[in-house]
Design a protein. Structure first.
Length: 108
């Protein structure tokens, strides 16, 4: 599961920059998309740091990653359009699932 998570994080990093090109022109979207993707990147880095550990730090990291991924999916759905939108949403769905699985395996 951990190698799949790293692959997903790499894919998210790849789509974070092009997503801005199809951003809807509203103040909320301009600010929130950038901020949310940065928060997702930070929380995914923390997940990579904890690795396969099963402790309170790992539990917290996966919970934060889950919340960041859910918010990123919501903002991406609301604020992006164009041909990359569906692909980005699918990648975020995978991230949400993996974060949820991480919570299930690390938090009691």
């Amino acid at each position: 599961m951990f190698p799949r998570l790293i692959l997903t994080i790499a894919l998210l990093s790849a789509f974070a920059l092009p997503a801005a090109a199809g951003t809807r022109d509203t103040p909320l979207c301009k600010q929130e998309l950038t901020t949310t993707l940065a928060t997702l990147s930070e929380s995914s880095s923390r997940v990579k740091t904890v690795g396969d550990a099963k402790n309170d730090d790992a539990c917290f990291a996966y919970r934060k990653y889950f919340l960041s991924a859910v918010k990123a999916r919501l903002i991406t759905a609301m604020c992006t359009d164009g041909p990359e939108r569906d692909r980005n949403l699918n990648q975020l769905d995978v991230s949400v699932d993996q974060a949820n699985n991480g919570i299930a395996s690390r938090c009691s």
